[in-house]
Ligand binder design. Structure first.
Ligand code: 5AD
Ligand code: SF4
Length: 503
């Protein structure tokens, strides 16, 4: 603390010197930031847990640290600083990170303490100082809105030997000016954050506590990041936020920009850039947005619409603000306005007070909607949430497990049937890279977000390829490449051929 105060004095002196034009550059950095902004040749390793938002945030952290002179390494053994970007959404996510911290404790001991460890993100926000007491090995604890402060915190922890913490949540911070380092990217698909936080307060969810209030990023900075990605050769962008459909921003002309308007504007940056987004709340999925899916050929015909449960009373206790019937009407509307639209969802089994009949309602809703994909979870009580404070987590563990397995079994069956119906169709597939099993095969995705594997021949990563689907598993389509195409060309010829093409 003293150290920083001293530097505050230095600050004024240096700024005066700078104005007079006689302060050396490194001194100016030091004066501006109150610490030595160059990190020498220190290497940082960032490990990311949880959602896509965290993947993007790790890119922001990497960008902030690179700017301060840190190097990035993919090898934890080479690193001087290891940062875990954490997730707190379910108990097992936190457990995984505790186990990892245990391993790093051993590594730190092996290196005689010459390794700095940081806990970033949602778990840092949730546990704060407790993390320092409990783990006794963490040097920095940094919440999701404090990443700009990371170089100072690392400096402070290093200089004082004491842990440094910043878990302040901010209503303003959207990291709007920071281009994330896309170091784990395939060079084809990129995430672009458009908003942070969530105001929904679903009763089971810890996110509003760990990530704070909703804040939308300015439209112009989003559009310029997407333009930059086009220039770098990216072909697909996923707009990210905890609840993207509630995006709203008043632009420089005083005009209010809704999420539908934003998606439309992003889709006009380049006709060859596919646009996706994640994740959305059914209450904000408007006709205006569905029409953007219908009218813009490069906005994918795929919507993730987390329902969470199939019973209205449970939805009410979850504070989801829609009924089963309203949700079903929305999916019907989506299918009507966007023929062939692919829907996916999130489902929670065994929420507080869930009866057997209510669980059956989830299964029957799945039968009605027929999702192509679902993320399925057992309810996990999270401290601070309304459910933890007011409801009893009363569904026995084995019942939760059995209900989850029933949901998974049904979903696998639906996915398999949906994939089987694709055999004979032709899809425009964006090639993301080689398949996991063979370098001789490519993996890519259809407009509807289904994974396709086919022989690579002379095609290249980043190509749009017309692929005929010949076979499938419940998770992947297997096909034959027909020809290279463009999105504009595919839109003209309506790439999905429903009649089987002769082999
Ligand atoms: N228990 C289980 N699943 C949860 N999710 C959020 N909170 C919990 C919880 N306490 C799930 C929801 C959400 C997804 C990101 O994680 O399905 O949509
Ligand atoms: Fe959590 Fe609900 Fe917000 Fe999603 S919408 S992040 S489930 S509170």
């Amino acid at each position: 603390m003293e150290l920083i105060e001293d530097l505050d004095v230095l600050d004024e002196d240096r700024v005066r010197q700078r104005e007079a034009g006689d302060a050396p550059d490194e001194d100016l950095d030091r004066a501006k930031h109150g610490y030595d902004a160059t990190a020498g040749d220190k290497q940082v390793y960032i490990e990311t847990y949880g959602c896509q938002m965290n993947v993007n945030d790790s890119g922001i952290v990497a960008s902030v640290l690179e700017e301060s002179g840190y190097g990035l390494t993919r090898d934890a053994d080479e690193a001087d600083v290891v940062l875990l970007n954490t997730c707190a959404i379910r108990e097992n996510a936190e457990q995984k990170i505790r186990t990892r911290l245990g391993m790093l404790r051993a590594e730190k001991a092996r290196r005689d303490g010459e390794l700095m460890l940081g806990v970033l993100g949602c778990m840092a926000e949730r546990l704060r100082e407790k993390l320092l007491e409990q783990e006794d090995l963490v040097d920095v604890v940094v919440g999701p809105d404090a990443y700009r402060d990371l170089p100072r915190l690392l400096y402070e922890a290093d200089a004082t030997g004491q842990a440094a913490v910043n878990v302040e949540l901010s209503k303003q911070e959207t990291y709007q000016d920071i281009q994330p380092v896309r170091y784990d990217s395939n060079g084809v698909s990129a995430y672009v954050s458009i908003m942070r936080g969530c105001d929904n307060m679903c009763t089971f969810c810890v996110v509003p506590f760990t990530r704070g209030r909703e804040e939308s990023r300015p439209v112009t900075t989003i559009l310029s990041e997407v333009s930059q990605l086009v220039e770098e050769g990216y072909k697909e962008v996923t707009l990210l936020g905890q609840n993207v459909n509630s995006y709203h921003y008043t632009d420089e002309n005083g005009a209010s920009v809704s999420f539908a308007e934003l998606v439309d504007r992003v889709s006009r940056v380049s006709p060859e850039m596919r646009v996706r987004y994640s994740t959305s709340h059914p209450k904000d999925c408007t006709d205006e947005l569905l029409k953007v899916h219908r009218d813009r050929p490069n906005v994918c015909n795929y919507i993730h619409l987390p329902v969470q449960h199939g019973n209205t009373e449970v939805l009410d206790r979850m504070r989801r603000t829609y009924t089963r019937e309203e949700y079903l009407a929305l999916t019907e509307r989506a299918k009507e306005l966007c023929p062939g639209v692919s829907l996916s969802t999130d489902l929670i089994a065994g929420f507080c007070g869930e009866t057997e009949e209510q669980h059956e309602d989830t299964l029957s809703l799945m039968e009605q909607v027929r999702y192509d994909h679902a993320y399925m979870f057992k309810y996990s009580e999270r401290p601070q949430t309304y459910a933890a404070r007011k409801y009893e987590d009363d569904v026995p563990e084995d019942t939760k497990q059995r209900r989850l397995e029933e949901i998974i079994t049904l979903q696998n069956q639906h996915a398999k049937e949906s994939n089987e119906a694709e055999i004979g169709r032709v899809h425009t597939v964006l090639v993301e890279g080689t398949s996991k099993k063979s370098d001789e095969q490519f993996f890519g995705r259809t407009d509807t977000n289904k994974g396709v594997v086919f022989d690579r021949e002379d095609y290249e990563k980043g190509d749009y390829v017309r692929v005929r689907i010949d076979d499938c598993t419940s998770s992947t389509l297997l096909g034959t490449a027909l020809e290279k195409t463009t999105l504009e060309e595919a839109a003209r010829t309506n790439s999905i051929t429903t009649t089987p093409v002769a082999a």
